[in-house]
Structure formats: structure tokens, C-alpha cells
Design a binder for this molecule. Structure first.
Ligand SMILES: Nc1ncnc2c1ncn2[C@@H]1O[C@H](COP(=O)(O)OP(=O)(O)OP(=O)(O)O)[C@@H](O)[C@H]1O
Length: 208
């Protein structure tokens, strides 16, 4: 499948995130027994692993700069990221499929091109006026990827949270193809070993 992602403008190997002795506390207790020391460089594909409640989502929110560490530091370069969470909050539930796609048309593509891209992501004409709130999880994932393929500049970093949960084989195929066309930095929380292998993850960050 041809996705036509515009690529991230960052050069490969640029340091995006540096965590030094970082930890986080929601209460008086630190989340991680061992503090976190890692770097993320542009172009890497990293799987974030750990049991339920081990702090994977918390770590992502720190990497995004939404949460500050309670110990140590997390330094972030200036980069553009997209977080596709399990609720697909990238999708505006008050929009229709077509208007969601149109919102990402920052480069002013003609209507015909938007429709071509919607079709590539299996959104044929009968879907265009459908309210996003009625889409299934798999359809929302597809529309999120389609929105990114419409945007002028792909994000420097895509973060996926359990992306294959609740997706059927066809949707997993589309997700895999889209991610394999993407050249930027990828962080993915997933227990799906087959998927991680298919998208060529370079290394793992395990929380415990
Ligand atoms: N806003 C909050 N206030 C207090 N505790 C929180 C808050 N958010 C998360 N926690 C707790 O912090 C711990 C880590 O949560 P987090 O959601 O980061 O884990 P996770 O690894 O993403 O979990 P899962 O695999 O179940 O999605 C959990 O014990 C959770 O209950």
C-alpha cells in the first residue's frame, strides 16, 4: 500500500530525549525501583515494555513533556510528535470522516487527493459523511493514519499505545504497511511480538 507520508525533517541520529536518573511519583512513592537512564535518537524504533501498571503511559507522557519527573531529569529537543493512544483521541468525535481528514490538510491538497487518500485507507464514498463517533476502533486507527498521510509534514515521532489491540488482520496489515513507510522515530507499547518484528523494532525499554 502506498501511504505517501511526507517525511520528518530531522536528521537521523539527532538526540531527541535524554533521561538521567529519572523517576516519577503520583504520591509519595516513586514509580520505578531503578531510575531511568536512556536516550532516544531520531530514526529509532523502540518498544516500551512492562507489566500493567509499570508506568508505560506515564513514561510516554514524560517523553511528550506533559509530566515532569519527580527525580532526575528528562531533556527534550524540539520535535513534533503524534500520540495515537488507545482511545484514538486524535480523532475528533464531533467530526465526520471527511471533515476529520480535511482538518489535517495543512498543505492545501485538492479535494480529489483527499478522497484518493481516504479510499486508500478503505474509506470509500459511503463513509465520508459518517460521524467519527460511530467508527469502530479499527476504523479510527485507519482514519488516524490517513490523517497523518494527509498532513504536509509527518511528525518527527509517532507513539503508538497497544496499536494492534482490537484490530482485525486487515487493519493490522494496513497499520504495519503505514508504519513501515514512516521514516521518523517510533515508540510503541505493545505485547504483540509478531507486530514488533514486522515493524523492525531496534530495541526495547523495559520498565519494572
Ligand atoms: N493520575 C494518576 N494518579 C495516581 N496514580 C496514577 C495516575 N495515573 C496512573 N497512576 C498509577 O501509576 C501506575 C502507572 O500507571 P500507567 O498508566 O503509567 O501504567 P501502564 O504501564 O501504562 O499500565 P497499563 O499497562 O495497565 O496501561 C499505576 O499503578 C497507576 O494506577
Amino acid at each position: 500500500m502506498k501511504v505517501d507520508f511526507d517525511n520528518s525533517l530531522l536528521h537521523k541520529g539527532k538526540i531527541l530525549v535524554t533521561a538521567s536518573r529519572a523517576n516519577f511519583a503520583y504520591s509519595d512513592q516513586q514509580l520505578w525501583r531503578e531510575t531511568l537512564d536512556f536516550q532516544i535518537t531520531s530514526g529509532e524504533r523502540i518498544a516500551i515494555k512492562g507489566a500493567n501498571g509499570s508506568g508505560k503511559t506515564t513514561l510516554i507522557r514524560m517523553i511528550l513533556g506533559d509530566l515532569q519527573p519527580s527525580a532526575g531529569s528528562i531533556e527534550r529537543a524540539d520535535f513534533k510528535s503524534i500520540y495515537i493512544d488507545q482511545d484514538y483521541s486524535l480523532i475528533d468525535n464531533s467530526s465526520t470522516v471527511y471533515s476529520q481528514a480535511w482538518k489535517y490538510n495543512s498543505g492545501g491538497l485538492p479535494e480529489h487527493d483527499i478522497k484518493t487518500r481516504l479510499n486508500r485507507f478503505l474509506f470509500t464514498r459511503e463513509y465520508w459523511d459518517k460521524p467519527c463517533i460511530n467508527l469502530s476502533g479499527g476504523e479510527k486507527m485507519r482514519l488516524a493514519l490517513c490523517s497523518l498521510a494527509i498532513a504536509t509534514q509527518a511528525p518527527d515521532m509517532i507513539i503508538l499505545d497497544e496499536p494492534t489491540n482490537n484490530l482485525d488482520i486487515q487493519n493490522i496489515g494496513i497499520l504495519t504497511a503505514a508504519i513501515n513507510e514512516y521514516r521518523g522515530t517510533l515508540l510503541v507499547i505493545s505485547h504483540d511480538l509478531h507486530f514488533l518484528q514486522e515493524i523492525g523494532v531496534d530495541r526495547e525499554l523495559t520498565l519494572g
